[in-house]
Write a protein that binds this ligand. Sequence first.
Ligand SMILES: NC(=O)C1=CN([C@@H]2O[C@H](COP(=O)(O)OP(=O)(O)OC[C@H]3O[C@@H](n4cnc5c(N)ncnc54)[C@H](OP(=O)(O)O)[C@@H]3O)[C@@H](O)[C@H]2O)C=CC1
Ligand SMILES: CC(C)(CO)C(=O)C(=O)O
Length: 326
Amino acid sequence: MPKILLFGAGGVGSIYAYILMQAGASVTVVCRSNYETVQEHGFTINSAIWGQGIHVRPGVVRTPEEAKDVEWDFVILCSKAMPGSKPSTADIIRPAISPRTAVVLCQNGIHIEDEYASAFPNNAIISTVIYLPVTQIAPGIITHGHLEWIEVGTYPHNAPAAHKAKVVELAELFRAGNGTIHVYEDVQVCRWNKLITNGSWNPICALSLSKDIDFLASSPLSTSMIQSVMLEIVKIAQAAGYMDITEKNAETHLDRVLGRIPDKGVYPSMVADAIHMRPMEIEAIVGNPLKVAREKGVKTPTLDVVYALISALDQANARRRAEGKS
Ligand SMILES: NC(=O)C1=CN([C@@H]2O[C@H](COP(=O)(O)OP(=O)(O)OC[C@H]3O[C@@H](n4cnc5c(N)ncnc54)[C@H](OP(=O)(O)O)[C@@H]3O)[C@@H](O)[C@H]2O)C=CC1
Ligand SMILES: CC(C)(CO)C(=O)C(=O)O
């Protein structure tokens, strides 16, 4: 029975605990603000796909340090990606990493893997791209929408065969737990593709405190603003060498949202962080792509404005947190 430690027991972490436990894995989650609730009651998942009131009771610890006596097969990161945070997430999870552990990144954004590849140079690093609209609406209470699939591959793409075998092992587990998983030789292409959605909707909906469909309906300029950001991301991806990312990908991402009208819209994950004044994944999702744009000489006028505004909001929220406001 594989032993899995999930770090970051929010929306994504709780759903993956559910899938992997259904596969028969032994799952422990690292909880922070929701520790007492999850320890006592587990998670309750209300899913548009699997049904309401699903109870999930993984093992619970407060820190990776508490989990250091087990040789984990997989440590799966489902916390927000915060490159450059101090202490680094790699240092926080280090006590739980043994030579056999594969480190799995279930996080949005690009260029987030190096921190882990440098910290754990001999371990398999598995990078994933997640389509899973999910929110922890109260401690341990999870709402999940209509999508569920994950794309995976090693980091770097030409990792040793033993690391590729860990990807296959993870894929088999997801399938055994009725999850939908696709293995890629180079998952970075998938990251750039998903960035079209996250680099546009996440900060724009966070800035406007809107669901995606509500933002589109909010003014005659909103659709073209989303399209401009999506097309700028396509240009950055191509300049970075990902020529398979084209305007067609941007169209598909926009169509996925337009296809939900007139149903309810979705709050991208960054909105909850904006509302609750938590740090937002700005560098992983917007800053890192802009660094590539600058290196490659790609003009990104709309994304530049989005970055300036979302960074200012993030800093305003940090000041309000420091003043004890909630
Ligand atoms: N939600 C979604 O719809 C989707 C999210 N993603 C991506 O998946 C990743 C996870 O997102 P999501 O599940 O929404 O995030 P959440 O904010 O719901 O959960 C993150 C969890 O990580 C915990 N955490 C952070 N730092 C620590 C720490 N030092 N020790 C213990 N726990 C910690 C948080 O605890 P605490 O409550 O104490 O802060 C929180 O429970 C992100 O990269 C996101 O962009 C991808 C696709 C869809
Ligand atoms: C757009 C979505 C919901 C896709 O799963 C997402 O990635 C996010 O909210 O961060």
